[in-house]
Design a protein around this ligand. Structure first.
Ligand code: SF4
Length: 535
């Protein structure tokens, strides 16, 4: 790298930091009726981008008038300020589909509560007679379509989300009357789906996905905890204090800062991401790589089992037939290389997404609905391009960084931002995976992610009958193919000629999410959900 480039990068970092400071000082100037965080974020990004490009960003002067929907005391809201602190084990989580917020999150919650119960004194446990779970808000409204109650029961009886045998959940769906013994200390009592209560849909909840867990001694409550499934499988609880983390070696909150750090230190995006993982989590490089290997293994497994599954009808009223195996077999017979490649990537994504719809184990990258996208890309880089595991690990790190920025500056939740936030971000993460795995320079990694995200902007979330099947399953295939398209355009264009940068596109996604009608935010009240006839 040229010294002048390093100097320029250092200057840019300093400018971004100074402009951010000036925005913090100007916090009191947020226009009345505007969301303070979104206004400041857009404004900070506008000045940073103006500094880097020399062009003013007039569009950022607009601010939406809607108030933020989430309680400001939630850590998921607070975490959006300051530098990115998320780590790979928070971003990539293994658990049962079909929804990270309605299945994986609730199961992580009930498993957490079960763990808390096991730590109670023996005298208290000896009185225990039952475990009860109450689902509120969106979890109560659409939980049945997501298998929330089965996931909750599995967790409350001590089954771990990352290792549960999907056959257990399949069996529970086939026979909901099953009863399971729960042993807590010296006491054993029964638990069943009767203990999972679909409670109030509307109320003054801190988060749309609120739930309570109780350990009972007949009518007396021995232990009670209120929890929130805050999206992407992340969970919090009343009184939640985030775990202590170290300072990131390369602090950033926008991609412009990532690129400036990379230029200044002459490192790749994955090298920056690994350095930050280590400094934030306190883990060694070997420990982080071991976790990434587990995620790679889980991604390969979800594609393989989805491809091997016989054609069947997915659960729910849509009666949707699976197709991954059929598309895969036909693709293998194809003689035209381009068509074959696109069909194979599509088949891999359908396979992962159908596994999600079956309620089998998937990986949040970033969510359950988008669970077919990144595994398809990993599988194509692995089985198709034969890239080594260390290239795939580097890809996962760069993909995670893109996901962090989506979460930090916009949202990863279809309920908050429509499908652009799920499949759109998954596609952007996956485009970064491809670019980084091939050793592309940081600007190309960022441009790949930008291209993939840009062409999902405005995409609505309108799952038919509330099931993560239509449009979600085929949409994963399009997200995976668009990830490749994003990379191939970014790799082959002159990087500096890209007119729209990643931060601008994330900001546009946040703005679009704010202004999107709630009919298109996972409520199944508009679009395909009201257009497809079920019979
Ligand atoms: S439409 Fe998109 S955002 Fe909505 S549930 Fe399906 S995959 Fe998720």
């Amino acid at each position: 790298m040229l010294d002048s480039e390093a100097d320029q990068a250092a200057t840019q970092l300093g400018e971004i930091s100074r402009w951010r400071d000036s925005f913090q000082l100007a916090a009191a100037d947020v226009p009345q009726g505007h969301d303070r965080r979104a206004f400041m974020m857009r404004s900070a990004m506008a000045t940073a981008i103006a500094a880097l490009t020399g062009r003013p960003m007039a569009a950022f002067a607009q601010a939406p008038a809607q108030p933020p929907p989430l309680d400001p005391s939630l850590d998921v809201v607070k975490r959006s300020k300051g530098p990115v602190m998320t780590t790979v084990d928070e971003m990539y989580k293994v658990g049962p589909g079909p929804s990270s917020s309605h299945t994986i999150g609730p199961m992580r919650i009930t498993y957490d509560f079960y763990q808390r119960c096991t730590k109670l004194p023996a005298a208290q446990l000896n009185q225990a007679t039952a475990l009860k779970v109450h689902l509120y808000g969106s979890l109560s409204a659409t939980g049945k379509g997501h298998g929330t109650e089965r996931a909750c029961l599995a967790g409350i009886i001590g089954k771990e989300p990352a290792t549960i045998d999907p056959a257990f959940l399949d069996g529970l769906a086939a026979d909901p009357s099953q009863v399971f013994p729960v042993k807590l200390g010296g006491k054993t009592f029964n638990a069943s789906l009767q203990d999972i209560v679909f409670d109030a849909v509307k109320g003054d909840f801190k988060h749309p996905n609120t739930m309570t867990c109780k350990l009972m001694a007949r009518d007396k409550v021995l232990l009670e905890q209120e929890y929130y499934s805050v999206g992407g499988g992340f969970i919090e609880w009343k009184g939640y204090v985030p775990p202590k983390k170290g300072a990131p070696k390369y602090p950033y909150s926008v991609m412009a800062e990532v690129l400036a750090h990379c230029a200044k230190a002459n490192i790749s995006v994955s090298q920056l991401a690994m350095a930050n993982e280590m400094s934030v989590s306190g883990k060694s490089e070997a420990e982080i790589n071991a976790y990434l290997d587990k995620i790679l293994g889980a991604m390969r497994a979800t594609v393989k089992s989805g491809l091997a599954a016989p054609t069947s009808t997915l659960p729910g009223p849509i009666k949707l037939k699976t197709k991954a195996g059929d598309v895969y077999k036909k693709a293998l017979e194809g003689t035209k290389p381009t068509q074959r490649a696109i069909a194979l990537v599509s088949a891999f994504a359908l396979a992962g997404s159908e596994e999600n719809a079956r309620g089998h184990l998937v990986i949040t990258a970033p969510t359950g609905g988008s669970a077919g996208v990144m595994p398809a890309v990993i599988f194509s880089l692995d089985e198709g391009a034969k890239l080594p595991d260390d290239a795939l690990r580097r890809g996962l790190l760069a993909g995670a960084l893109v996901g962090y920025l989506g979460k930090h500056n916009a949202t990863l939740s279809g309920a908050e931002g429509g499908c652009q936030a799920e499949i759109g971000v998954a596609s952007a993460m996956s485009a970064a995976v491809i670019a980084e795995a091939y050793g592309a320079p940081p600007q190309v990694v960022a441009n790949s992610a930008e291209a993939a995200l840009e062409h999902h902007l405005g995409m609505t979330c309108d799952p038919v009958a509330g099931y993560v099947q239509i449009p979600c399953i085929e949409r994963c295939a399009f997200g995976a193919v668009k990830a490749w398209t994003g990379y191939l355009i970014a790799q082959n264009e002159v990087p500096a000629n890209r007119r729209v940068d990643f931060d601008t596109t994330v900001s546009a996604m946040a703005l679009t999410a704010k202004e999107m009608n709630s009919k298109y935010k996972e409520t199944s009240e508009g679009g395909l959900a009201v257009s497809v006839t079920l019979c």
